[in-house]
Design a protein around this ligand. Sequence first.
Ligand SMILES: [Zn+2]
Ligand SMILES: [Zn+2]
Length: 344
Amino acid sequence: MSDPALPATMRAMLLELPGKPLRLAELPVPRPGADEVLIRLEACGVCRTDLHVVDGELPDPKLPLVPGHEAVGRVAALGRGVARFRPGDRVGVPWLGWTCGQCAYCRSGRENLCERPLFTGYTRDGGYAEYMVADARYVFPVPGHYGAAEAAPLLCAGLIGYRSLKMAHDPQRPDAAGALGLYGFGAAAHIVAQLARHQGWRLFAFVKPGDRAALEFARMLGAEWAGGSDERPPVALDAAIIYAPVGALVPAALRALAPGGRLVCAGIHMSDIPSFPYDILWHERSVHSVANLTRADGDEFLALAPLVPVVTTVETLPLEQANEALARLRDGRLTGAAVLTMGL
Ligand SMILES: [Zn+2]
Ligand SMILES: [Zn+2]
């Protein structure tokens, strides 16, 4: 495929070595292979996982790498065999970039656990750029309800948030929504809070002790109680989800759970969990982790989001300020989600 309307080169923020800042680079505009689409990007969210990739906390990234897995833009060209989209369609690219379709996990509806996956902005190039290619089978149509920057956090914070909230439900009582604690009130929690309220959960928010802006934000999004992560909520929780990458929150959250309560760790990376006495786990409390997403999660969540409606709070920065966006996320200097915009 060659299209004279496409430029030869694009701007991208490039990770050359973990632990080093990203570098603004001029790269060739990629061309879509079979089953791929080329997307002219409008916005890309900045996720905590990007920070783990850039800081070298996740093993074996593709290098050099264009990070970013909350990418929104318009289809600019189709590779061979793509019938799902047309040029101009607005699409979003999530973390799950490709799966093998053959392993036991793929064949049992658990492609999120695929043995040979590719991940956007980690083991294949992502969305901190003006263009990217993605496998069309893993790309989602973006609801028309949202602007590009507002849609970007739905692609990971929203999607992983949705999966973590599903996991917080007791499978023996799927319709029961009780008291839910959210630890770490950032991009994912601000979306999950809205979904949870929509499903009838009572909301309890835990923030970094002393973070007054986060307390305010949590109350604004419907938390009936908001406090420091070192505090105990006024009622025992039926479920809790941890979004902060802090292992010490696991025993703290277990202590806040009612008997039978479920604790979900939603991040890809966490500091070590300190040892804790068995009696805070006993009484059928449980601890789960969430890994990646399935395409079914994405279809369900993106159909639900405009109905709630989920409203995202974003802080936009131009593409070339990706290092600043990452620094703000690292230091907790954000309300809601950081999103890079391409200004095309
Ligand atoms: Zn597989
Ligand atoms: Zn993410």
